[in-house]
Design a protein around this ligand. Structure first.
Ligand code: ADP
Ligand code: F6P
Length: 490
């Protein structure tokens, strides 16, 4: 198999280093990298005074990670700035939170150029390069400008923004044009892929769209697919059935003192709909008071991107709202809402999921949402909990047997909670079996294979296109293709 070079903003340590918060992506990419003797390149998470481009290598369990430190200004403008203050809110329908500052865009360009320059020596002629997420949209273009002719794929883990919102981004065309320098673009679901194609039709009327999702534009060719990321279902199911998870489950059940557990596990992010979720729960307790002292909502929400003001605001808002709900409904024997700002290891999470009657996954907008799939995989098939899932999560296209809700409506949330709490065993089993089948069939290994097969398949065509436009592997005849000017968002 061709060697894989993965690039993402954050680089996860290989499995086995004992880190608590590894998600499905880290597990899957680690196994793909191990199979291909590949490299994972990205930001170390550290700041230094002056960018040096020095790569720190680490090798563990067959996976090489290669990381660089960034300057404080880079982190501020690229990560906290353009990625998380401009693109993230825009891509999650929160234009009210989006900040448009030239300095951010300049930092984004600079860091993408620095990544490209720094990783050049790591690229071997036949490597497949796979770039991840909104932090690194222009990276493919930066690599092409440096003569890299390898097959390069890009996967977006967030939603694709609504057309009219994306049009509000200064230099939005250059940002999208940079995507045309990839060979393959992957989106989490049909809705995000179709949104991208709609933008291209609107803004690039000369683009030729083919039935297989290939776009031909200005002598370039890029294939666009929907390819939903999955979890390592087998691994998660085994974790959930392990003695450690069983201990976590039993401890949780003991602490519930006979109450039914409703659980939510999310990064503390405004896109996750936590305030709306709390209002939906409050509505249940208000409108259907017979549930009081019968249920308990556990919301686990570790803080995220704490340097960004909108994240500080959502944290303050949730602190106040959770205090308000407990103040209103708690009794000396019952705390209706347990709100916890910390991370847990995956096995404990699996045990807690298994102890619950209801899983609440209600983002206002979400690229995929792996927690929804983890919740399903963690359940005991003989006595499963019920998944309540937002219609606006990418996962809703696959997990149709969940109770699908509009997360903005406290009434709908409250009704779905009541329906889930009252659901009979037969219906719970039937819904769970169908959900589990989907989670197992389209798991993370399926996702990897689907994306990488498409990237490899496209190779022959891409190579000929690259030759025709004067590209080529920088390891062979170093030619820099001129088809795109350096994207400039500043
Ligand atoms: P996002 O990528 O936006 O954070 P996802 O739901 O797709 O959302 O992925 C989140 C991942 O982080 C999941 O694998 C989930 O289990 C993990 N996670 C979320 N909250 C916690 C927590 N409190 N402790 C440990 N892991 C967590
Ligand atoms: O899934 C979206 C995403 O931004 C990933 O790229 C990222 O690893 C995760 O959420 C957590 O965000 P951050 O790396 O900013 O903590």
């Amino acid at each position: 198999m061709t060697r894989l070079l993965v690039v993402s903003n954050r680089v996860s340590p290989p499995v086995g280093e004992g880190k608590a918060n590894q998600g499905g992506l880290a597990v899957a990419l680690n196994s793909a990298l191990r199979e291909t003797n590949g490299i994972w390149f990205g930001w170390s998470g550290n700041e230094i005074d002056q960018f040096s481009g020095q790569i720190n290598f680490s090798r563990n369990d067959g996976v090489t990670t290669a990381t660089v430190d960034l300057e404080a200004q880079d982190v501020e403008e690229y990560y906290n700035g353009f990625a998380n203050r401009t693109l993230w809110p825009l891509f999650h329908d929160r234009i009210d939170l989006a900040e448009f500052e030239r300095g951010f865009a300049g930092g984004y360009e600079r860091v993408n150029a620095r990544f490209a320059e720094t990783m050049l020596p790591l690229i071997a002629p036949d490597d497949l390069i796979w770039v991840h997420d909104y932090h690194l949209i222009p990276l493919g273009s930066e690599l092409r400008q440096r003569g890299v002719g390898n097959r390069i794929g890009f996967f977006l883990h967030t939603p694709w923004p609504v057309l009219r919102l994306l049009l509000s981004l200064p230099h939005h065309r250059q940002l999208v044009e940079a995507l045309f320098d990839y060979d393959l673009l992957g989106f989490q679901c049909n809705a995000w892929r179709d949104g991208f194609l709609e933008y291209v039709r609107d803004q690039f009327p000369d683009a030729e769209m083919q039935d297989d999702g290939t776009i031909r534009i200005g002598g370039r060719s890029v294939r666009v697919i929907a390819c939903p990321i999955g979890i390592d279902a087998q691994d998660f199911m085994e974790s959930a059935a392990s003695p450690e998870a069983e201990t976590a489950r039993q401890e949780m059940i003991k602490s519930l003192d006979g109450k039914c557990l409703i659980i939510g596990v999310d990064r503390l992010d405004y896109s996750k709909g936590l305030e709306h979720r709390f209002h939906g729960y409050e509505r249940l307790l208000t409108d259907q008071p017979h549930y009081q002292e019968k249920v308990s909502l556990l919301q686990i929400a570790p803080p995220s991107r704490a340097d960004v003001a909108s994240y500080q605001d959502i944290r303050k808002g949730l602190d106040a709202l959770s205090g308000h709900i407990n103040g209103e409904f708690a009794t000396v024997h019952w705390v209706p809402l347990r709100y916890v700002n910390r991370g847990y290891d995956r096995t404990s999470l699996a045990g807690m999921f298994r102890a619950s009657r209801v899983g609440l996954v209600t983002p206002l907008r979400d690229g995929m949402n792996l927690v929804a799939k983890e919740y399903v995989a963690a359940q005991d098939p003989d006595d499963p909990g019920v998944l309540i899932l937002s219609k606006f999560a990418g996962a809703a296209e696959q997990l149709k047997q969940a109770l699908l809700v509009n997360p903005y409506s406290p009434e709908e949330l409250s009704d779905a909670l009541a329906q889930a709490l009252d659901m009979g065993l037969e219906e719970r089993r039937a819904r769970h079996a169908a959900l589990l089948e989907s989670v197992q069939r389209e798991d993370v290994h399926w996702w990897l294979r689907t994306f990488l097969d498409a990237l490899e398949d496209h190779g022959a065509e891409v190579i000929s296109l690259d030759q025709s436009r004067g590209g080529g592997n920088h390891g062979g005849i170093p030619q820099i293709h001129q088809s795109l000017a350096a994207p400039s968002f500043a």
